[in-house]
Design a binder for this molecule. Sequence first.
Ligand code: BEZ
Length: 221
Amino acid sequence: MCCTEQQPPRALPRLGEPAPPFEAVTTHGVLRLEDYKGSWLILFSHPADFTPVCTTEFIAFARLYPELQKRNVELLGLSIDSVYSHIAWVRNIEEKMGVKIPFPVIADINKEVATAYGMIMPGESRTETSRCVFIIDPNGIVRAMIYYPLTTGRNMDEILRLIDALQTTDKHKVGTPANWRPGERVIVPPPATQEGAEERMAEGYECKDWYFCQKELKVEE
Ligand code: BEZ
């Protein structure tokens, strides 16, 4: 992204760093990032109200919402539309598809939040946000980012899997392998010293070699 003399470059969100603060008009009133302190937040953007792929996503996010709540995760949508457009669209989804949208949606008509989070990809569209997902932890730190193009609806299973993986990592200080699902074996972080490597094979994990060890998590863990 470039800049003019009047507009210095913005620092876009980066993993492991504080999420950009915001105060925004939403369908549930004015909300700020700090309102979510203590819970996980999925902040996601969609290109525009009253469009078909976005409608399928809103229905899917609404269906995912109860599972997210069990995990202390809140949802917050965003697009560059007015709050009146958002209200009309969520009412239309409820009326035509029978699905109530339980989460707030930011009306980012001045593009402030979209710009702070780098949600506008001018190569795709200058007037719409791409399908971005920011997972922000209870301390306000950006933990994961997903970007999908305008034409591809997101995979809710993957978003839930990512939440489960991040929460498992935080709770147990482990990694999760490719395609991991809750209940499967996790990765023991590789040792960082030669001495640790020597000890690792004797620690009782299932090891292919000193750097590649897995373990089961106990059911109650
Ligand atoms: C849609 O949600 O259907 C959509 C939105 C923007 C571009 C293409 C598709």
